[in-house]
Design a protein around this ligand. Structure first.
Ligand code: ZN
Length: 328
């Protein structure tokens, strides 16, 4: 999400689609009797969760059991939910995130916007472009620091958010299950369709070491989830367990970035088909843009990058950017 926010500063609220995707997971459709409504804000009602819940109910009664399908079948409702979420984000958290304590005085340290707390946000303004649109101007260096510090900040934010939700709902213990419910499990169960599609594309070999895939295979986020939560197929590769385990949360070295970027461009048609059949997102431009943004903000003097099992090298991340230039 950070990456998306940074690469789309001109139209930052586009990240609403990402918000919707992550909230879809934690909204409840069919509910068991013991199901619990989790409040995630201090107000009694949440516009975003309410909007999403009715969209989800509408989707399920139309037979769409995934966000992807719902988006295809109920375009008008989907757009209406997006607009509602965008308005809520513009009116509520954005003008308040940089206030301190209970004061309404804004101390901008990350970004600058043209509206304040208590301003309502009509749709015309939301859709305006240029100076009249909802532009968020990141301060110089803010983007760099967010990208560099995201592996550190993200777990802290998730932990504090989990604690706040636990407190608001009188849930006594902060459990890992709650965190997974709110932010998704680090291990998403990917479908067999997706695994088979990627295995075919990789001619039955591990994306990283090229050895034949036998036994358990793992779908790996090429740009690690801790850096950005991109679940689009362009960010997914199939690996054997030893490679995936060894790579862990490290960013890949330029040689692998080159193979990955080429795969995404040269097999973009096949990837889209696999994505559609296995109902995951496909976003070639966005994925490459986030990758460029991440590698472009790392220390040029050297960053530990993973080149293969037991091979972590300190390299200039600019080399990874060069490996992607052909794809722009
Ligand atoms: Zn391997």
């Amino acid at each position: 999400m950070l990456g998306t926010a940074i690469t789309k500063v001109a139209r930052p609220l586009n990240s609403t689609h990402v918000t919707l995707r992550s909230k879809w997971r934690s909204s409840t459709g069919h509910r068991s009797p013991e199901a619990l409504d989790l409040r995630q804000i201090s107000n009694k009602r949440s516009t975003i969760i309410d909007a999403l819940r009715s969209f989800r109910l509408e989707s399920e009664s139309s037979g769409a059991n995934s966000l992807w399908l719902a988006r295809q079948r109920l375009r008008a409702s989907y757009e209406a939910v997006i607009t509602r979420i965008e308005r809520t984000l513009a009116e509520q958290p954005l003008p308040r995130l940089q206030t301190v304590g209970s004061s309404e005085t804004v101390f901008p340290f990350l970004y600058d916007i043209d509206w304040g707390p208590n301003e309502s946000f009509p749709v015309a303004r939301l859709r305006g472009s240029g100076a009249r649109g909802p532009t968020i101007r990141l301060f110089p260096g803010a983007g760099d620091e967010l990208v560099r510090l995201s592996p550190l900040i993200r777990p802290l934010v998730e932990l504090h958010w989990t604690r706040m939700v636990a407190q608001l709902n009188n849930v006594a213990t902060v459990e890992e299950a709650l965190r997974h419910h709110l932010f998704g499990s680090p291990r998403i169960p990917f479908s067999k369709m997706l695994r088979d599609g990627l295995a075919d594309l990789q001619t039955g070999t591990c994306f990283y070491c090229g050895q034949r895939l036998v036994g358990a295979t793992e779908v790996d986020h090429f740009i690690p989830r801790v850096r950005c939560g991109i679940d689009a197929i362009e960010n997914l590769v199939l690996a054997d367990r030893p490679c995936n385990g060894d790579k862990s949360d490290l960013l890949a070295a330029p040689s692998l970035v080159s193979t990955w970027a080429r795969r995404n461009v040269e097999s973009s048609g096949t990837l889209s088909i696999i994505a559609e059949m296995s109902r995951v997102d496909s976003d070639l431009t966005g994925t490459l843009a986030v990758a460029r943004s991440i590698y472009g903000h790392l220390p040029r003097e050297g960053t530990p990058l993973w080149q293969g099992r037991k091979q972590v090298l300190t390299l200039d991340p600019g080399l990874a950017l060069e490996a992607m230039t052909f794809a722009s």
